[in-house]
Design a protein around this ligand. Structure first.
Ligand SMILES: [Zn+2]
Length: 203
């Protein structure tokens, strides 16, 4: 016995989300159906607005409703520090520590040959162009990627690339103490704060 086709279709769409199994998808579909029409319309509008109004900041690739995100646009922040992160989720995790007041650069992943992700698939070239366009002689690049094998390999790749630039760049990374293999956004705020504060020069 199956549900009516439109309901099966609704369940199927929810199942496409990460970690959502058949039972959860079914529950979500029932919840949605029970909502009054005006709430459903609002939900559709919110999804559509998020999809069409959000873009990546033209400098740092943060998610933004404007061409330049509020972080890059904030003159109060330290514009001579760029923290390189894997994802917008990691950027938010670092922002939530309130420990860091510089800028960011979101790579959009780490180099991972097994997943078919090479350096050219990430925002690495954009980082180099951005750095070279900056008129600063005291630039610090903080490599804040996760401590997976791929994260470590990507940091090593970035270090070599940054050292090859005709600029005096201080390259640092988060201090030890982060759980190996864990994503930054799963790391508790105190640990992340301490790792940022005690960041070390990349040797
Ligand atoms: Zn930005």
């Amino acid at each position: 016995m199956r549900y009516a086709k439109p309901f099966e279709d609704l369940i199927e769409e929810f199942r496409k989300f990460p970690t959502i199994g058949p039972k959860s998808a079914q529950r979500m579909a029932f919840t949605l159906l029970r909502k009054p029409n005006d709430q459903i319309e609002k939900f559709i509008r919110v999804i559509s607005d998020a999809k069409y109004h959000l873009k990546n900041c033209k400098f740092c690739f943060n998610l933004s409703a404007e061409e330049i995100c509020p972080i890059c646009d904030n003159s109060q922040r330290e514009h001579n520090q760029i923290c390189v992160v894997e994802s917008v989720k990691d950027l938010i995790a670092i922002e939530n520590t309130s420990e860091y007041h510089g800028l960011y650069h979101v790579l959009g992943g780490v180099i991972s040959p097994l997943d078919g992700l090479g350096a050219e698939d990430l925002n690495i070239q954009e980082l180099i162009l951005r750095i070279n366009a900056m008129d600063l002689d005291d630039l610090e690049i903080i490599l804040a990627l996760g401590l997976s094998t791929e994260g470590e390999a990507t940091m090593l790749y970035l270090k070599r690339l940054l050292e090859a630039q005709a600029k005096n760049i201080k390259i640092t990374r988060l201090a030890h103490g982060l759980p190996v293999g864990a994503d930054l956004d799963y790391t508790d705020q105190t640990t992340l704060s301490k790792a940022l504060e005690a960041r070390v020069l990349v040797s």
